[in-house]
Design a protein. Structure first.
Length: 764
């Protein structure tokens, strides 16, 4: 991998994970050496480490052993000692008996034991202390995964000079499940010690930000969490965002091209008896991977006669995992029992329909297996990402093979051209397996090409650039402020446009006429505490400008702000259609168009009087409340409580205002920390329909973040694309996490339509 050298800006990189990325091998003569160990974490970060070099702190794999630091290739390995009891309580107990099942949708019942938690804390502290000792001044420390969630805060306390990044390789649970954890607040606080927290999927990052707001009250502005000042620490920000992990696509593809690997794949098929169909499963033997469901489906297909055991072989590779944890021992017994039963019932002499391999293989052998497989079954009940699916896709440069993929794997977000299945639905799973086994070559080719493209588009270099880019930005911000005070949210270099949106945007880009409409605050302009300080992201401004200039596109801005309030932000809207005050104001249509879209006339006398009376009453009742801001608008007024110090009081004030407004016969509209009162009932949905009627027919792309934008999502048709920005319930079909990603969507559309590339640091 090239171009990685600059990713840390010359700072030392310190990796921290439960296990060091190596296994000890003892040869026949009793000599010890180390080799890199299989597993998702290593596969993903190995190429980064190889090109950057690093210090790596972690456990070497055997209990009670004290080892001196040692070097392998570009890595300086620093072993952390774990006793037999540590392994039992911290690793097998809290990590794998509590957190793992809880974070994987409670597929197995999590257990909560105070003794486990105590040891988890102690071991996390030991890791933090080791890192604090070895990290050089100003280093970047990258902490991995659920076993070490307390390390970021512990480390920050010990070494405030470090830039701390955390990456969660497994899902983050929805708030209502996380709530079960007796030590939930401590875990959240532990993680918030980091400057950047990376997740696999948007849903994970959103769940985490909601959990943070719930347990710490630190607000999230888009993907940036604002940690308020305390007695001993200044305010700072934490970036919590998805960075879907990937693989070194080209290195897998290169292995798959080697003639001896292709020959090995041929031999594997031959050894299996040259069946018509080879199916493959590759997993750690873990109950989250859905192996039981998969075997059940295969067994039933054999029993139903839908799969012929004389021409189909299913190879299940299951690497040994956590063998001392009860649930894993039980799973192994069950799987091995099923394999025996299925082969007993359906096998013949010299031919077993199920081949079960319970061990690790070299990378070469894995790739040969991928090449030998007509169908790969990746059907976890829940999985952070699943790299096996990505590896298969890039190895199949011959455009053959079918990927059956669970919708509950993070990879399903990107690999839309797989046969997606719900693994709990055994009938659906069976249907997908049969369909895969009989998929015409042309369809295989089409799907496999797109799958490969998806992995290459976000391969590990892209992932690392996004993640380490954000970490480096945090490190630079820290350096700029020696006291550590960071008040501006960190700008992320790469915002990921979700795959489903990319597909829809691609389709829109090709159409002759298009209306691109967007809300302003919280959508293309990050929320700030004083409305007059809000600014459109330069990338969004530039993308909208480029789109407006490209033929057939009209840009419309639909905001709740009054037009004069919008002007304060300096947004350049020449040539755009702009609607203010939730549709009550409308400018930018030419005379002929405006004829098709009549705007409301000026206020009648009665309306003016009503408005004046309400305004007086609001000023009298709420005008002197600290933090309350009343904004007078052409057709009504808005009450903002963003600066009210106590959130509960803010809620009460808003509720009181609504009662008063309704009593005065005003139309009330709810927004985030704002209530709008208007003498006219207009909404953004109605105004969008008006604008639409005035322009040539064509689909609409609309982006919005607030409750009032739901009025627009409600009136969109099947050919339109609605994108909700940020968390919260919505009727929109798509979602992006924050304004930066919204800007990335607009930039993508601009690029597809005009070929002009608008980077994330677009000049304004
Ligand atoms: P894992 O649960 O380990 O990782 P996965 O993403 O599938 O799952 O990674 C497995 C890796 O191990 C692949 O690179 C695969 O080739 C390799 N592997 C598996 N079995 C093997 C065997 N028998 N011999 C040799 N190699 C084998 C966790 C999360 C995932 C997340 C990764 C990375 O659970 O959801 O994708 O981390 O973040």
């Amino acid at each position: 991998m090239t171009g990685m050298q600059d990713m840390t800006g010359g700072r030392e990189l310190v990796m921290v994970s439960n296990r060091l990325p190596v296994d000890r091998v003892v040869d026949e003569a009793g000599n010890t050496s180390w080799r890199t160990s299989p597993g998702g974490l290593v596969t993903a970060v190995e190429p980064i480490v190889q090109s950057l070099g690093c210090v790596w702190v972690g456990w070497a794999g055997s209990a009670g052993e004290r080892l001196d630091p040692f070097d392998i290739d570009t890595m300086h390995l620093v072993p952390v000692e774990l006793s037999e009891e540590d392994i039992e309580l911290y690793y097998e107990g809290f990590s794998n008996g509590t957190l793992w099942p809880l974070y994987h949708d409670v597929i197995a019942q999590p257990e909560y034991h105070r003794e486990w938690w105590d040891r988890y804390r102690k071991v996390n502290r030991r890791f933090a202390e080791h890192v604090a000792e070895v990290a050089s001044e100003g280093a970047i420390v990258w902490v991995h995964d659920y076993q070490l969630q307390l390390v970021p805060a512990m480390l920050r306390e010990l070494r405030p000079d470090l830039t701390i990044a955390f990456f969660l390789h497994i899902p983050f649970p929805p708030s209502r499940l996380f709530a079960q954890l007796p030590w939930r607040r401590k875990i959240v606080e532990g993680l918030l010690g980091a400057d950047v927290i990376g997740f696999q999927q948007t849903t994970d990052a959103v769940a985490f930000r909601l959990t943070v707001e719930r347990y710490t009250r630190a607000p999230a502005l888009g993907n940036t969490i604002m940690i308020p000042e305390t007695a001993d620490a200044p305010s700072r920000t934490v970036l919590a965002q998805e960075f879907p992990i990937s693989i070194d696509a080209e290195s897998f593809a290169a292995t798959a091209r080697r003639p001896e690997i292709i020959e090995r794949a041929r031999r594997i098929r031959e050894d299996l008896g040259d069946p018509r169909t080879v199916m493959l499963g590759v997993d750690r033997l873990d109950y989250t991977k859905g192996i039981r469901h998969r075997l059940k489906a295969f067994d039933e297909l054999l029993a139903d006669g839908e799969i012929d055991p004389t021409d189909t072989v299913f190879v299940q590779v299951a690497s040994p995992s956590r063998e001392r944890v009860d649930a894993y021992r039980q799973l192994r017994d069950e799987v091995e029992g099923t394999v025996g039963r299925v082969n007993g019932a359906h096998g013949t002499i010299g031919r077993a329909p199920l081949v079960y391999l319970h061990r690790g293989f070299s990378r070469d052998e894995m790739v040969a297996l991928y090449l030998a497989a007509d169908v790969l079954l990746v059907t976890p009940l829940r999985d952070g990402m699943n790299l096996v699916a990505k590896e298969y896709a890039v190895c199949r440069a011959d455009d053959r093979g079918v990927l059956v993929l669970s919708e509950f794997a993070g990879a399903a977000d990107e690999l839309r051209d797989a046969l997606l299945v719900n693994p709990h639905d055994i009938e659906g799973l069976k249907a997908a397996i049969v369909r895969a086994a009989h998929m015409p070559e042309e369809e295989q080719r089409r799907r496999m090409r797109r799958l490969r493209r998806a992995v290459y588009d976000n391969d590990v270099a892209h992932w690392a650039a996004g993640y380490l880019g954000a970490v480096q930005a945090a490190a630079e911000a820290k350096q700029a402020e020696p006291g550590g005070l960071v008040t501006e949210p960190v700008q992320v270099m790469t915002s990921f446009v979700p795959r489903s949106i990319e597909d829809r945007v691609r389709r829109l880009a090709a159409l002759p006429s298009l209306l691109i409409a967007t809300d302003f605050d919280g959508t293309v302009a990050p929320i700030v505490s004083r409305p007059q300080d809000a600014r459109i992201l330069s990338r969004a401004q530039r993308a909208l400008d480029v789109l407006q200039e490209s033929g057939g596109v009209r840009v419309a801005l639909l905001t709740g702000r009054s037009l004069s309030g919008l002007a304060e932000t300096g947004v350049r809207s020449e040539g755009w259609v702009v609607s203010g005050s939730h549709g009550s104001e409308l400018v930018g249509l030419d005379a002929a168009e405006a004829g098709q879209a009549p705007v409301d006339g000026p206020l009648t006398d009665a309306e003016q009087q009503a408005l004046a009376r309400v305004t007086r009453r609001f000023e009298r009742i709420f005008g002197s409340e600290p933090g309350v801001r009343l904004e007078i608008k052409p057709f009504g007024l808005a009450m903002h409580t963003r600066e009210v110090p106590d959130p509960e009081q803010a809620e009460e004030l808003l509720a009181a205002a609504v009662v008063l407004g309704e009593a005065e016969g005003m139309h009330v509209r709810e927004g985030k920390m704002v209530r709008e009162f208007s003498v006219r009932s207009s909404d953004k949905g109605t105004v969008l329909q008006r604008i639409r009627a005035a322009l040539p027919a064509g689909p609409v792309l609309f982006l919005g973040d607030d409750v009032t934008d739901e009025d627009v999502f409600r009136v969109l048709g099947p050919d339109d694309v609605g994108i909700k920005v940020g968390p919260g319930e919505t009727r929109a079909g798509e979602r992006v996490p924050d304004p930066h990603t919204a800007a990335a969507v607009l930039a993508l559309l601009a690029e597809l339509r005009t070929g002009i590339v608008i980077g994330s640091s677009a000049p304004s």
